[in-house]
Design a protein around this ligand. Structure first.
Ligand code: UDP
Ligand code: MG
Length: 319
């Protein structure tokens, strides 16, 4: 199997058939062997029934039915686990992404990139509730992660299998796969893709998603930059805070002992104590995080590096 198209679906009954026909039409024009993995994310309408009918008539379709609604990221991960292709394409199941862009994405991968992401340059969604927050979020993500993409939220993306295999997703982090993968040293690029307005069904998200995206961004940034050295982050803050507190404390002590200036009405004393306490806490949290990080890496045999390739065989010792 060369290509797996992974599609998460939650209450998309009116889109399923059209989507299948459109994807199939595109895959049939391609030379590569391809399969479609539909993941029903606990839909409460007839989505699953429609998928079952489609699957019965086409061996190249796999349907993964989740027991309840686990969310888009979990649904996509379930799809990855059941996909057999060396290339994995993800797309939305609401017909907003255009399957006709698939050959374009695969072409870019064949040029040597590990990840190709779609850029909805002419996005067909409401401005205030979707495009504006998304634009701000995209800029923020680019700034913080140093990954220079225009559109992180576009589900239409293509990955080499190794990229997906090395990433564990939590929360709603599917949009951060390129950013997380950038920490592995993979190469990525983006291509402009078509985007269409939703014709059937309703969007599953509201404006509150923005907050969750920002929170996920903090996690990703931390994992990317400091996951193998948390004490450097917490410890730096802690040391600076403690030093500041101790300095203020010393000044107050000198003033009290040598010049007889009373301490009862000095708010600075409170600040000094607070800074020292905070400092100690930050350092302690950093140490705890060091323990957690070691458990995380060592219990799962997770490397702190990723090898591109190794040249030469190990030489056997004589004797
Ligand atoms: N989706 C899902 N599980 C969920 C929410 C959404 O599988 O809990 C699917 C949904 O069916 C669609 C895709 O994820 O195929 C994107 O969702 P939606 O179109 O609602 O997001 P938007 O385009 O509005 O950002
Ligand atoms: Mg949509």
């Amino acid at each position: 199997m060369d290509i797996s198209v992974v599609v998460p679906l939650y209450n998309e009954e009116d889109n399923v058939q059209l989507l299948y026909e459109e994807i199939k039409g595109v895959l049939d024009t391609m030379a590569e062997q391809a399969e479609i993995v539909f993941v029903d994310d606990g839909s409460r309408d007839t989505t699953l029934a429609k998928l079952e009918v489609i699957q019965a008539g086409d061996d190249h379709v796999r349907v993964v039915s989740l027991r309840r609604n686990f969310g888009q990221t979990a649904a996509m991960t379930a799809g990855f686990d059941h996909a057999r292709g060396g290339v994995i394409i993800t797309m939305d199941g609401d017909l907003q992404n255009d399957p006709h862009d698939i050959p374009q994405l695969v072409g870019k991968l064949n040029e040597g990139y590990d990840v190709v992401t779609g850029w909805r340059y002419d996005r067909q969604d409401p401005f205030l509730s979707r495009k504006l927050p998304s634009q701000l979020a995209n800029r923020l993500i680019s700034r913080v992660t140093g990954v220079g993409l225009h559109d992180y939220g576009c589900t239409l993306k293509a990955f080499r299998r190794e990229v997906i295999d090395n990433i564990n997703l939590y929360g709603e982090m599917h949009r951060f796969i390129p950013a997380i993968a950038s920490g592995m040293g993979i190469s990525f690029t983006e291509v402009k893709v078509n985007h269409r307005a939703r014709r059937f069904g309703t969007s599953k998200y509201g404006i509150s998603r923005t907050i969750r995206v920002v929170l996920d961004l903090i996690t990703v940034k931390f994992m990317l930059s400091y996951a193998t050295r948390p004490l450097h982050v917490f410890g730096t803050v802690g040391v600076v805070s403690s030093l500041l507190g101790v300095t203020i404390g010393l000044i107050l002590t000198v003033q009290r002992q040598l010049f007889g200036i009373g301490l009862a009405n000095r708010p600075l004393l409170l600040l000094a104590v607070l800074l020292i306490f905070m400092g100690i806490q930050f350092i302690t949290i950093g140490l705890l995080a060091e323990l957690v990080v070691r458990t995380y890496h060592e219990s799962q045999k997770k490397p702190i590096y990723y090898v591109r390739k190794v040249l030469g065989e190990p030489v056997e010792r004589a004797g």
